[in-house]
Design a binder for this molecule. Sequence first.
Ligand code: NAP
Length: 286
Amino acid sequence: MIKDCLISGETKVVGLIGYPVEHSFSPVMHNAAFQHLHLNYVYVPFPVASNSTLTQAVRGLFSAGAAGLNVTVPYKEQVISCLDNLDGYARSVGAVNTIVREQDKLVGYNTDGKGFIQSLRSEGVEVMGRNILLLGAGGAAKAVAFALGQAGVSKLYIANRTVERAEQLAAQLLGSTQTIGIELSEKALGTVVDQCSIIVNTTSIGMYPRVEGIPFPALMLTSNHIVADLVYNPVETRLLSAARKQGCKTISGLGMLAYQGAASFQLWTGQTAPVEIMQQVIAKMI
Ligand code: NAP
């Protein structure tokens, strides 16, 4: 619900394209940020049920004056074919979550990786020169892995249930980072865990409603490890709670969610987003 929101003839519209979109936190997060800064913008979800109408939807919304769009599952890759240009990082990742109109061209960006790095920085964690263990090799893992590469990590292990996907992602990163794909098994994780100071869960294990899931054997963790989870519902996953009990510093997915949104917000409005407000409103919804 948009509280106290006055839509006028000058209101700029931004929104989210995906399917389904009704459970997204983005409308509440962005509308709270617009209101906080007294910006005359409104953020609206646009369900696009069929991929055959994606180009029509994207082009149509911008033709009708949209000031920007977010893109979510299942269109982050397919939407690239609807755009005129891609930012370099979005090109590397092969996925777009933010569209901006720049001099009548539609340009695709991906703010997920930046959001992740900023969520670590906000907790005082720098990744440069560190060895990192990434759990998962799906879409979010790819965005995070490229961002970690750009941020100068020393060595990146990518552990995935389907090991071929981990190896494929590792091969894509070669040249920028020393990267090795391994199996997401207790045996394989045991051989690398002591070499890594940060462990990042990018799998969906532990996400609502299957909150009992845990992607990593917690007894392998020591207080030297920092554990970050991309899953933000629940905010404290079983992995984070177990890691805390082992004495680890823990970082939830809420920060990444807010910071990737903040980066999109800045691309559309040119203004710095009120990240704390954005985090607070999402936390209230979970
Ligand atoms: P995705 O592309 O579908 O990838 C899912 C990953 O999880 C794959 O690596 C998959 O392994 C693994 N996986 C799923 N179920 C598993 C199981 N039972 N056992 C072992 N591995 C399993 O999904 P995604 O877009 O990357 O999203 C992953 C998670 O990140 C979701 O929970 C999402 O909500 C979260 N996320 C958070 C943010 C944020 O802002 N905090 C942003 C993006 C995503 P296989 O390859 O073997 O199938």
